[in-house]
Design a protein around this ligand. Structure first.
Ligand code: GLA
Length: 393
């Protein structure tokens, strides 16, 4: 099987697929990565802090202009073709995967970019539904392709915002800004501390060769349109209102404890997660920058506990993966581990000593398969670069 991190091979495959589909070679190409969040979960839509990094799994999209009145898009990984007029009247429809593309094109048109009619084919090595932002990578890759086709540039923050709006309006998921932001602005060798209120960022280097980021996919589907995500957002807004702040970013632990008697238990726990997670994220960024891995690791485990007990977005399968990792901390090579992304399935992220990574991956795989009866998919990644246009050979 080909290496899912190899963008050059992916581009070559995609060039062949495009030529087979549309009878001429592509002229433009763009790439955008998926992401893993190291810490700072369910904080982005509370105007808080997140610490994600782009991963070595990505969506590549290629295109060529056409003289038809509409755009056509295909995917190597799914059936069907979407055809839509570039008149700003686009609406979500079938095939469902194309809605991410349409939403991003729509956002670009609204900002005055003029790509002209085109045919496009996309290919993604970000596992769909795995909580690694496969949809954000399609949206951001599409917007980057439209920049190339129209020879106009978007401000990267604006590009992330239009991609987020695509997710809201064309996929029905009221997500925060984290996924699209890191896919657009990831940095090779660094995680990014993002202030989701000011959109300011601080790169946090993660280039220490002795540390590996291990992602374990529970292979239990992660589906954010199920309503739980929107429900958590609403619960946070309600808790903020009870606390007398406009968003939970502005609440402190003493403030929360002062109103504890007047809050129901669930609202209290939801708010406690967000307030404590913001602090853990800032602390983890500082500890990472200082190479204080023991502190980073304990903050990751604390984040998982809070997501499981207070925010209630973990699953028994994710808990199992984190517990297996914890049994190897610290001397078996595990530094820290937690669920990552929206929850309700998907992946865990672990920081692991490079010299123990293979052993840890094997132990997680065997232990999880034995306990759950499902084989997890485990891979190591380094922080990757964000979206960019690619040169075709
Ligand atoms: C999903 C959303 C993000 C973020 C995370 C939870 O990935 O798309 O905006 O809210 O869940 O941290």
């Amino acid at each position: 099987m080909s290496d899912p991190a190899d963008i050059t091979a992916q581009l070559a495959r995609l060039t062949d697929a495009f030529t087979a589909a549309y009878g001429r070679p592509p002229t433009h190409a763009a790439v955008a990565p998926g992401r893993v969040n190291l810490i700072g979960e369910h904080t982005d839509y509370n105007d808080g802090f997140v610490l994600p990094m782009a991963i070595q799994r990505q969506t590549v999209i290629v295109a060529a202009r056409s003289d038809r009145p509409a755009a056509r898009v295909r995917s190597t990984g799914a059936e069907g073709e979407a055809e839509f007029a570039l008149d700003g009247q686009m609406a979500p429809g079938e095939p469902a995967w194309a809605n991410y593309v349409k939403g991003a094109v729509h956002g670009c048109l609204q900002r005055g970019l003029d790509p002209g009619a085109f045919d496009a084919v996309l290919d993604s090595t970000v596992p769909a539904g795995g909580g690694l932002s496969s949809s954000a990578s399609i949206e951001v890759a599409t917007a980057t392709l439209i920049e190339a086709l129209s020879d106009q540039r978007l401000d990267p923050v604006d590009k992330a915002l239009l991609a987020q709006k695509a997710e809201h309006d064309f996929a029905g998921v009221p997500c925060g800004i984290m996924d699209q932001f890191i896919s657009a602005m990831g940095r090779e060798g660094s995680a990014l501390l993002i202030d989701c209120r000011s959109h300011q960022t601080r790169p946090v280097p993660l280039s220490d060769e002795s540390i590996v980021v291990l992602i374990a996919n529970s292979n239990c589907k992660h589906e954010l349109t199920g309503g739980e995500y929107a429900e958590r957002r609403a619960q946070c807004e309600a808790a903020a209102e009870r606390l007398g702040v406009s968003v939970l970013r502005d609440a402190t632990m003493p403030q929360l404890d002062a109103v504890k008697d007047r809050l129901d238990d669930m609202s209290y726990r939801r708010a406690r997660h967000v307030i404590s997670e913001n602090q853990r994220t800032l602390d983890a960024a500082d500890a990472m920058a200082a190479g204080d891995w023991a502190t980073v690791g304990s903050l990751m485990f604390a984040s998982h506990d809070s997501l499981r007990d207070d925010f209630e977005v973990s699953t028994p399968e994710l808990d199992q993966l984190v517990e297996l990792a914890a049994t190897r901390c610290p001397d078996g090579g595990v530094i820290g581990s937690r669920m990552t992304g929206g929850g309700f399935g998907g992946c865990t992220v672990s920081l692991v000593r490079a010299d123990a990574a293979d052993e840890v991956a094997a132990a997680l795989g065997a232990g999880y398969a034995k306990a759950v009866g499902i084989q997890p998919t485990i891979f190591a990644t380094r922080p990757a670069a964000g979206a960019r246009a690619l040169t075709l050979p």
